[in-house]
Design a binder for this molecule. Structure first.
Ligand code: HEC
Ligand code: HEC
Length: 455
């Protein structure tokens, strides 16, 4: 279990309780030694048992994920400790020990402290994490090509890259793609060298005819293949040579993924791309953002060298309508994606990016195909029964929660492709993006999903 899936405060409280259990035990033993006529064996056994139970419950807490930790803490641990306090009081009372402040007073102080901590924590939590990200600022002033390509990088990876973690910006590309030579995640092309191959791709015979012919409209994106002047105007290349250039290929890959499907990476014999149209929900990038991404893709393999970039800078771009690139990407993208559970379910799921990979009944536009169709009302019970299932879930909700928090616990077999779905494709970082309430809401919703009637 990863440490970030724990709730730090509750792990801490569990440790504090274990120590408290031992403290009470030693206190009782001391009292027994100092006095005559106390049944030391009995009381020692009772409080020794409490200390051991507290210790075991703390160990158990460490095996749980955040939501389960909270549930366990409030439904069991808290009551055991209350009972311990009560019996401690009985011990003092029945043995007429009055030399110190009675345990009930100390217990009271103890509980006040805990309550204040809890109250402070729950108030702090949503405020810390749920501020909506600031609306994007328009580009103000001129930017250099280096800055523009950097904006593209931030849209792809986010402003803060944490060592050893996959960082993902609003473009969501690293969910599927790798960018460095030799890196492969299985289902999507490595984007290293895409600038170089963009020039060759448009000359391939395959490009001209498959899966859509040049000049035909691709239904999912509504874009006419190979005609840059038939792109929606706000995304179109404004200047440049009449013929098709590498930039057009890259732009088309983003706006009409099915216009050309990289061999071996498509669905239904490479006739459909599983890549989302990035100018449509849930990603919905603006023209300037698309250009920034292209500038990044065209220059990333030649650090410090921007001569292969053909997109215009925002200030030189007659089609630029003034919107939507963060002036200071660092401030905008600083905040990690986080949902509180106050959003409606559609917004929540879009924000988390599930539709990019999953088809989810009841969620508009969730037609992703890189992962299994989410029909969990039916799937989950089958997965749990599978002899290969090694996870801990015993019912649908637990299975769904486990799939979201630790996708690697069970890797689903893809009946259509005849091989398992790629392990490691589904991000393992959702525990950091969800409040307890949001996780609950998501798990409840996903647990109810089933194939649409008649289909
Ligand atoms: C849900 C997974 C997914 C996401 C998210 C995604 N892609 Fe893709 N992408 C694919 C797949 C699969 C292909 C290969 C099929 C095809 O050609 O469309 C592809 C192809 C491409 C290609 C063509 C590659 C080549 O070698 O010709 C480019 C360029 C590209 N993606 C860029 C991006 C960028 C930039 C983003 C983020 C804004 C992005 N993709 C987001 C899955 C994804
Ligand atoms: C980058 C692609 C990707 C994203 C984004 C993604 N998943 Fe997955 N998901 C997969 C793949 C691939 C599998 C199958 C492999 C496995 O079981 O780990 C899977 C498996 C699952 C399963 C198990 C399905 C079953 O029938 O047993 C559930 C449930 C699930 N995902 C829910 C979600 C939810 C909810 C989100 C959003 C919070 C999400 N996924 C985001 C790729 C993704």
């Amino acid at each position: 279990m990863l440490p970030e899936q724990h709730d730090i405060l509750f792990s801490f409280l569990a440790i504090a309780f274990a120590i408290f259990g031992i403290f009470v035990f030693s206190n009782v033993i001391r009292e027994c030694r100092e006095r005559e006529g106390i049944n030391a064996k009995l009381w020692g056994a009772v409080f020794g048992a409490f200390a051991i139970v507290c210790f075991l419950m703390t160990v158990h807490m460490f095996g749980l994920v955040q939501a389960d930790q909270l549930a366990f803490f409030f439904s069991i641990y808290l009551w055991v400790v209350l009972l311990l306090l009560f019996i401690w009081g009985v011990f003092y009372k029945s043995n007429k020990i009055e030399s110190q402040s009675p345990p009930i007073i100390r217990g009271f102080f103890f509980w006040t402290t805990v309550s204040i901590l809890l109250a402070g924590y729950t108030n702090w939590l949503p405020q810390q994490r749920s501020d909506p990200p600031p609306k994007e600022a328009a580009v103000i002033g001129d930017v250099t090509m280096e800055e523009f390509a950097e904006m593209g990088r931030v849209i792809i990876f986010g402003a803060k890259q944490v060592a050893g973690q996959k960082s993902i910006g609003k473009g969501q590309c690293p969910l599927c793609h790798t960018f460095d030579p030799g890196d492969h995640m299985g289902r999507c092309p490595n984007l290293f060298g895409v600038e170089e191959r963009s020039h060759g791709r448009v000359k391939e015979d395959r490009y001209t005819n498959l899966p859509v012919k040049i000049g035909e409209t691709e239904p999912a994106s509504g874009i006419v293949k190979g005609k840059h002047d038939e792109m929606p105007e706000e995304y179109r290349r404004q200047h440049g040579p009449e013929e098709f250039i590498g930039e057009d290929y890259i732009r088309e890959s983003l706006m009409c993924p099915t216009c050309y499907v990289v061999e071996g990476f498509g669905q239904d014999g490479d006739t459909r791309s599983p890549m989302p149209v990035i100018v449509k929900p849930p990603i919905s990038l603006s023209r300037v953002e698309v250009n920034a991404i292209i500038a990044y893709l065209q220059s990333k393999d030649t650090p410090g060298e921007f001569s292969s970039v053909t997109v215009p800078l925002p200030q030189d771009d007659p089609g630029h309508t003034g919107g939507a690139v963060a002036e200071e990407p660092a401030a905008d993208e600083d905040r990690p994606v986080f949902v509180t559970g106050n959003e409606d379910i559609q917004t929540m799921i879009n924000t988390l990016g599930c539709p990019l990979c999953h088809t989810i009944p009841g969620i508009d536009g969730a037609v992703g195909e890189l992962g299994p169709k989410l029909h969990e009302k039916i799937n989950a019970p089958q997965r749990i029964k599978d002899p290969n299932y090694k996870g801990k879930a015993t019912n649908t909700k637990e299975y769904v929660q486990e799939s979201i928090l630790s996708p690697g616990a069970y890797v689903v077999f893809d009946e259509v492709a005849g091989e398992p779905f790629p392990d490691g494709l589904m991000p393992t970082t959702f525990s950091q993006m969800l409040s307890v309430q949001a996780l609950d809401k998501l798990v409840n919703f996903i647990s109810q999903t089933e194939p649409p009637a008649g289909g």
